[in-house]
Ligand binder design. Sequence first.
Ligand SMILES: Cc1cc2nc3c(=O)[nH]c(=O)nc-3n(C[C@H](O)[C@H](O)[C@H](O)COP(=O)(O)OP(=O)(O)OC[C@H]3O[C@@H](n4cnc5c(N)ncnc54)[C@H](O)[C@@H]3O)c2cc1C
Length: 356
Amino acid sequence: MLEGRASHSEAVWRNLIEMGAAAAAIPEQYGGAGLGYLELCLVAEEAGRHLAAVPLSSSFYLAAEAILRAGSEAQKQRWLPKLASGEWLAAIAMTEPGAGSDMRGMRTKATREGGEGGGWRIKGSKHFISHADEADFVILVAVTGIDDAGRSQMSTFLVDLDAPGVALHDGYRNVSHRGYTNSIIDFDDVYVGPDALLGEEGKGFELAGEWLGSTRLQVAATCLGRAERALDLSIQHAATREQFGQPIGRFQGVGFKLADMATELRAAELMTLHAAWKYDQGTATDADIAMAKLKATEMLALVADEAIQIHGGMGLMDELPLERIWRDARIERIWDGTSEIQRHIVSRSLLRPLGA
Ligand SMILES: Cc1cc2nc3c(=O)[nH]c(=O)nc-3n(C[C@H](O)[C@H](O)[C@H](O)COP(=O)(O)OP(=O)(O)OC[C@H]3O[C@@H](n4cnc5c(N)ncnc54)[C@H](O)[C@@H]3O)c2cc1C
């Protein structure tokens, strides 16, 4: 809920909600526009170009995606229309100080109370939780058991942030995306009813694997928009800035940079939109999505860096948007699965069929 919050991103959220962006991928029967992921990526690409202050994925789309994929009809009726109207915002709480890339290392536990069909007690702590200070509820992943191989089994819960026992603390100051904050959330014996369980008990890891696909595509798409902006500015600058009596773009050292930036951007855009199209057809593999996220985030790092090089000293000054695009680009290779994790997913898809 945004009402009365002293959030610096409030005005941006409000505009997005009025434009219908909050509801874009939610089916019409729950108050949304019923768009697919390809269209959503086009929205995110455009949003990335203009307002990267508010990463769209977690609060708008990811929560809705998780509820759509795993929620009961009652849960869909309860949560989706309020997400679609922007009345409620959500955060996603998976990461812990001891468990980042390795989700199975998490320690936050949810314990059944009152036997089969009863509610749950949640105890633990999450960090790096984006938008939690603005959110009404979190989609929380917690350990609920151990499987036969001795690995943690996880489940997913919908938890109101004003539930007794939930404590929100300021997170860390981030070099990227300073237009919003991340938080630390402690859960001290928080009780949730049986209807808070999202999806099947013990299937939280698998569910997170599914929804991370959609958020990775959103990350990739916002990278495209920012890279387009950096490239446009660079082309403009290379065509008009004169040194040694001619536009700097005529020097091969500068012109070839533009060519590489444009080529990388085109490749990343095609890969992202193709993966999104496959996602809508239900044929996207984990590797399709991992390749798109890897390519788009690494492409943005290159394009942002070269854009600053082409602008010389002014590129680093905050008169231009480039230093921000460059700072913001750094997180994209870390969150929603680091570049190494994406490479791991891709290489596994190549080797597994051979039993390696
Ligand atoms: C600003 C910000 C906002 C975030 N928002 C959220 C949020 O809203 N909700 C949420 O749940 N999480 C959030 N995250 C967490 C984010 O997804 C994690 O930071 C990310 O998954 C990496 O985990 P980690 O930081 O613990 O790094 P680690 O997992 O400790 O990784 C450290 C390094 O080791 C490498 N590494 C780890 N395992 C392997 C492996 N198997 N093979 C090769 N290399 C490996 C990594 O690639 C990385 O380079 C956010 C993070 C940040 C920084």
